[in-house]
Design a protein around this ligand. Structure first.
Ligand SMILES: NC(=O)C1=CN([C@@H]2O[C@H](COP(=O)(O)OP(=O)(O)OC[C@H]3O[C@@H](n4cnc5c(N)ncnc54)[C@H](O)[C@@H]3O)[C@@H](O)[C@H]2O)C=CC1
Ligand SMILES: N[C@@H](CC=O)C(=O)O
Ligand code: NA
Length: 439
C-alpha cells in the first residue's frame, strides 16, 4: 500500500451526520490512510452559511458556500445535505466529473436512483449509500454483495429511528407524539422536515431502495404504499398492550407468487403494525432499527442496531468512503446495480394481511349480528372478537381480529362498517404481524 498517495474528499453538508463525518475523518486520518492505502484529505465542506454555529469544532478554513467548485477539485464527494435539490444537481455534477460519491440521502436515491446509477456506470464512477437505510447497520452491502448469490424472499423491519423512538415512548412513558418528536429531533434522528418521518415518507423511500436491491427490480417509490404514525392514538397504544401487542412502523418488502399462474411479483409497503410483545421486533427500542431478511439458502437473517443519529450514521458513511478509496487506489470496476429480474409490482389493494379493527358501537341487542353481516358480505373472516362497555357507559367498544384478507376487501369493509347504523365510529384499523416474521 502506498499511503503517501493522497485522495481529495469534498463534504457537502455539516449537520448531524456531516459534522461527525468531518470530525472523524480529521481525527482518524492515520488509521484511514492505512486501511484505504491513501491519505484521505478533507479539502472542504460546503454549507449554506459558513458562520453558522455547529455542535462540532471544525477548522473554519474548510468551509465554503461554493459547492460546485469544491466538487470539481475532488476525487470523492460525500453528500450529506439531504433533500432533492440541490443534492441531485451536485451529485450529478460529481459523478459526471468522474468522482465517486458517498451519500446517506434516501430521498434522492428513491426518487432519482436509476438516473444517478446510469451516469455512474457510464463514466465508471461509484455511488455508495450504506447510510441511506438503517443508519449504522450494514444492510445495503449485505444485500448487494453478501447475498448476491441467494434468492431473497422478504425484507421486513423497522427502518425509521424517529418513529420507533416516538412509538416506544408512547408505550413506555405514555408520552405524546409531539413531545417525543421534539426529543428525537434534539437527538439528531429526525429529517430536516420531520413530516418525512412521521408520515412514513422516509420509511417508504427506504422500502423502495431495499426492495429494488433485494428483488433486482426497479421499485418506484410511488408504488410503495404508505401510512405514517400520525393517526396512532394513546387509546390504540393502550388497546395494543391489552391485546399483548406493541405498535411498530414496519416496512415490508416481499416476493409474492400468484398461486394460479405462478407469476412472481414484488410488494412493498409501510404501515403501523401490531407486533406480538414477545416478537424480537417488539424489543427494538429508541432510535434503533431491525431488519429481517429471509432468503432461500441462508434462511432468516436479522440486522439490528442504531438506525439514526449523527455519529452512528457517520460510521456507515466512512465505511463507504474507505471502500471507495481502496477501489480508487487498487483500480478495477466496482459493483454494478443489477435490476435484471424486472418483476411486476403488486397493486396495494391486492396485498393480503391480518387486521385488527376497533369500533365504537351502540350498546344494544343485534349490534354484533349487523357487524358480522358486513364482514360476511365483504368476504373478510373474523378470527377474534372482544366487546367491552366504554368507560363513559354510553356505548360499547368492539375489537375484531380478522384472518388474512386483501387490502381492497378491508377498505370496502371499513367503509361499509362506518355506514352501518349500529356503528358509531371506526376508531382504528391496524395490520397485524403474522407468524414468524411474516405480515
Ligand atoms: N440524522 C440521521 O440520523 C440520519 C440522516 N441520514 C441522511 O443524511 C443526510 C443528512 O442528514 P442530517 O445530517 O441529519 O441533516 P441536517 O439537516 O442536520 O444537515 C444538513 C446539512 O446540509 C446543509 N445544507 C442543506 N442544504 C444545503 C444547501 N442547499 N447548500 C449547502 N448546504 C446545505 C445544512 O446547512 C446542514 O449543514 C440526509 O439525507 C438524511 O436523510 C441518514 C441516516 C441517518
Ligand atoms: N430520520 C431518519 C434518519 C435515518 O435515516 C430516521 O429517523 O430513521
Ligand atoms: Na445502513
Amino acid at each position: 500500500m502506498n499511503e503517501s498517495r493522497t485522495v481529495k474528499v469534498a463534504l457537502l453538508g455539516a449537520g448531524s451526520v456531516g459534522s461527525q463525518v468531518a470530525r472523524l475523518l480529521l481525527e482518524q486520518s492515520e488509521a484511514f490512510a492505512q486501511r484505504a492505502g491513501a491519505r484521505l484529505e478533507l479539502v472542504g465542506i460546503a454549507v449554506r452559511n459558513v458562520d453558522a454555529a455547529r455542535d462540532v469544532d471544525l477548522p473554519t478554513e474548510l468551509f465554503t458556500t461554493d459547492a460546485e467548485r469544491l466538487i470539481l477539485g475532488a476525487d470523492f464527494v460525500i453528500e450529506l445535505m439531504g433533500g432533492i435539490h440541490p443534492a441531485l444537481e451536485l451529485v450529478t455534477l460529481a459523478l459526471a466529473s468522474g468522482a465517486d460519491v458517498v451519500t446517506a440521502n434516501k430521498a434522492l436515491l428513491a426518487h432519482h436512483g436509476p438516473e444517478l446509477f446510469e451516469i455512474a456506470e457510464r463514466v465508471g464512477a461509484q455511488l455508495y449509500y450504506e447510510a441511506a437505510v438503517g443508519g449504522a447497520i450494514p444492510i445495503i452491502r449485505p444485500l448487494r454483495e453478501n447475498l448476491a448469490g441467494d434468492r431473497i424472499e422478504r425484507v421486513l423491519g423497522i427502518v425509521n429511528g424517529t418513529t420507533n423512538y416516538i412509538l416506544d415512548r408512547m408505550h413506555t412513558e405514555k408520552d405524546t407524539l409531539e413531545e417525543s418528536l421534539r426529543i428525537a429531533t434534539d437527538l439528531g434522528y429526525a429529517e430536516a422536515d420531520p413530516t418525512a418521518d412521521i408520515e412514513g415518507f422516509d420509511a417508504q423511500q427506504k422500502a423502495a431502495i431495499l426492495a429494488s436491491i433485494a428483488f433486482h427490480t426497479e421499485v418506484p417509490v410511488t408504488t410503495v404504499s404508505r401510512e405514517g404514525i400520525t393517526g396512532i392514538s394513546a387509546g390504540q397504544i393502550a388497546d395494543a398492550e391489552r391485546g399483548g401487542h406493541v405498535v411498530k412502523l414496519l416496512a415490508i418488502c416481499e416476493r409474492v407468487t400468484d398461486p394460479d399462474t405462478g407469476i412472481e411479483a414484488v410488494s412493498a409497503r409501510v404501515h403501523p403494525t401490531l407486533v406480538p410483545a414477545d416478537h424480537p421486533l417488539a424489543s427494538v427500542h429508541g432510535g434503533n432499527n431491525a431488519i429481517f431478511v429471509e432468503s432461500a439458502a441462508a434462511g432468516p437473517l436479522m440486522f439490528y442496531g442504531a438506525g439514526a443519529g449523527g455519529v452512528q450514521t457517520a460510521s456507515a458513511v466512512l465505511g463507504d468512503l474507505v471502500s471507495a478509496a481502496r477501489r480508487h487506489v487498487a483500480g478495477g470496476p466496482g459493483l454494478g446495480e443489477s435490476m435484471d429480474a424486472d418483476l411486476p409490482i403488486v397493486a396495494p389493494e391486492q396485498v393480503s394481511t391480518r387486521y385488527q379493527i376497533a369500533l365504537d358501537v351502540a350498546d344494544e341487542p343485534g349490534v354484533l349480528a349487523q357487524v358480522a353481516q358486513q364482514f360476511a358480505e365483504h368476504n373478510v373472516s373474523v378470527a377474534t372478537a372482544e366487546q367491552s362497555v366504554a368507560t363513559d357507559g354510553g356505548h360499547a367498544v368492539l375489537v375484531i381480529g380478522t384472518h388474512t384478507a386483501t387490502e381492497g376487501a378491508l377498505q370496502q369493509l371499513v367503509q361499509a362498517l362506518a355506514e352501518t347504523s349500529a356503528v358509531k365510529r371506526v376508531t382504528g384499523v391496524l395490520r397485524v404481524l403474522g407468524e414468524g416474521v411474516r405480515a
